[in-house]
Design a protein around this ligand. Sequence first.
Ligand code: ADP
Ligand code: MG
Length: 486
Amino acid sequence: MDKLTVRDADVAGKRVFTRVDFNVPLEDGKVTDDSRIRAAIPTIHYLLTHGARVVLASHLGRPDGKVQDGLRLRPVAERLSQLLGRNVPVTGDALGIGTVDAVKRLRNGELLMLENLRFHAAEERNDPEFARQLADYAEVYVNDAFGTAHRAHASTVGVAQLLPAHAGFLMEREISMLSRLRDNPAHPFATVIGGAKVSGKLKVLDHLMAKVDVLVLGGGMANTFLLAQGKTVGKSLAEHDMVDEARRVLAAAEKAKVRVILPLDVVVAKEVTRGTEYKTIPAEKIPASWHIVDVGRATLDLMEEALRDAKTVFWNGPLGVFEIPSFAHGTRAIARYLATRADSGATVVVGGGDSVAAIQQQGMADRFTHISTGGGASLEFLEGRDLPGVSVLLDRPPTKGRSTGRASAKKAGSAKASDSKATAREPAAATGATAKSSTTKAPTSTASPSKAPKKVSTALAAGSSTSKASTAKVGETRPAVARAKG
Ligand code: ADP
Ligand code: MG
């Protein structure tokens, strides 16, 4: 990867502002899905075991610049405490004298969590003064929040401009997996796009058209394509103002010789609710008073046939209203099928909150090559857009030898400690410097990012003096949402 990672930073004794994505679902003050918390643990472990003073920062929900007690990070910190086997204190506010003090009191190998950044409107505005106050907490910046990398906020961009900015392990893995898909996919390359709307995914469809061999369309967005083919869709979700765009996409596919698969048969329901009347019918002519809610068996057979030879598959968006169990068959079936493709060696990457949820419901996450933690971010990345939170991270200095590159990179992080913040990011200060590498690990190539979490777990198990109970947690730290296949 061409960005410096946490391995390249000199973090011992340094305060490290660590942006994580702990925007997790909560119910009754409890975290209902902790996969995002688990996914950040390798980076947190690494920092702690390398003597950093870790200042964790995240947003949670959309408080829109106001304090909302229901969106405090305490439940997240509680879950993280369980996973780490140690207490994780949360500050009362991201700013303020108490927080400044708490950060100052951190000792090597200790951590705390700042309260929800979005309690300050300045966060989403990327307010320079807010960014400066956050940057003052630390000497090094690490971003492990790929899910928010497509947003230019204070904690994703502003702070990163003021400190030497490095990618965490999760960020590194997301970038290297998705880059491979964007720049160098093995063919045949198929993509399965479902979900609610065409409008949000039009750009990615356009971009993928130049890359893929097979385009499988399902979910609500396929309805607009059925309209484009002159079919009727009854009361189904469809974007009538996008029909021309859909027609254009189909024409572009034909020109690019991309095989497009659209529903042949569909499940239609009287209402989009539980317990309603439903049936499977051909997609040719949907009666006026029915809603398309899922794909039918014939469609799934056709989709599976089209995906059979694919060496690379990217999937985003459920094929039906999977939140209602009767209409989840298509989504669950495609998830199962893609898992078998991954089992037999295809690269299968899934991105998107709802698609990932469907996979996790079936406990199949670890069979996939990569489960992206970012929905919007992964789509924007594949579109070829620069994500502001990624662009701002330090580039790996170009060097001939890989190991010297690493050594000088390491120096780039430590240069900051003595220099002013303004000059810390000058790569000139870094290149050519020799570095001692007593704590530098053997170079881990981006080709095997899966090593990172493992290595970190080992480091903790070997180097920690923590109790048996907390060491036992180490086994759980393999992120449920991120696993590489050879
Ligand atoms: P992801 O989060 O994986 O990117 P999206 O957010 O784009 O996926 O879409 C997920 C939503 O699409 C789900 O809430 C699902 O109910 C909805 N959906 C899928 N198929 C249909 C359909 N036929 N009609 C209405 N909504 C649908
Ligand atoms: Mg979604």
